[in-house]
Design a protein. Structure first.
Length: 165
């Protein structure tokens, strides 16, 4: 009887476990393309490119766990982040795996693990939650929340591998 119960539990869980990538509907593909454009702008040497992918009225919420004994939550207006971004050094790169993409009309959510690198070296990783809004000029990242964790946690979080140098 225990074996039958265990088998039933495994079969019931199988569809959930088998879904490793979000459904790629045409509307979800638009949100994914916007997320891709956001990360391309982040990697770009053109420090103004990121502003074209974000809504300046948005908010960034950082769940900073870099000091595990003293985690903190930091709020940064997107406008302030974009101002600071203009002074950021070259060679920044962020890679994300989209594990969930949800769309409802002009609202989308893209979720998944990420790895952040500076000069080819991982500085941190975590989970990204990108909230997008559809505007007259297309999808924009309006709000983002992310955990910020030590590089040692990247594998456990499922962060993408660092690109080969």
């Amino acid at each position: 009887m225990k074996a039958i119960s265990a088998l039933a539990a495994l079969l019931a869980a199988a569809p959930v476990a088998a879904k490793t990538a979000p459904e790629r509907t045409p509307v979800a593909a638009e949100a994914i393309a916007a997320a891709d454009a956001f990360f391309a702008a982040l990697r770009s040497d053109d420090k103004t490119a990121l502003a074209r992918q974000m809504d300046g009225a948005g908010m960034i919420t950082i769940h900073d766990r870099m000091e595990p004994a003293a985690p903190e939550v930091v709020f940064v207006p997107v406008a302030k982040h974009l101002e600071n971004w203009l002074k950021s050094p070259p060679g920044l790169d962020e890679r994300m795996i989209y594990t969930a993409v949800l769309v409802d009309g002009d609202m989308a959510q893209v979720w998944g693990p990420y790895r952040f690198m500076a000069g080819g070296k991982t500085t941190h990783c975590g989970i990204n939650s990108l909230s997008l809004v559809k505007t007259e000029s297309g999808w924009k990242v309006a709000n983002t929340s992310f955990t910020m964790e030590l590089p040692e946690r990247c594998t456990a979080l499922g962060a993408p591998e660092a690109p080969a140098q």
